[in-house]
Design a protein around this ligand. Sequence first.
Ligand SMILES: [Zn+2]
Length: 122
Amino acid sequence: MIRRGLNKGLPKPHEAKYHVKKNDLVVVIAGKDKGKVGKILQVSPRKGTAIVEGVNLVKRHMKPTPYSSGGIVEKPAPIHVSNLMLYCPKCKKGVKVSKKYLEDGSKVRACKKCGEIIEPKE
Ligand SMILES: [Zn+2]
């Protein structure tokens, strides 16, 4: 069997822009955590992955330290951004976004369905 597309994962020369970014509330649309909603803690532009709060949890065994008792802790592992959709609090689901410009000229993302502006508060 011939396998093609081995070079698919190479990073693009310039930093890719994604539909989601840090602090966004997103919903998982594929995988074992499908339907889960969480906040993006970190985006890795080179890999195209994001770490989402409470999503794709993996168990890590921690050694006891003077600061913690150790044991098993669950940590979120990176998930590909193509598996994420921006969450609209008004539609209560993952939505496509459109760009909007505010009166002061700043660009924001808005829900394509209801028009709600979706920008995380820092
Ligand atoms: Zn909406």
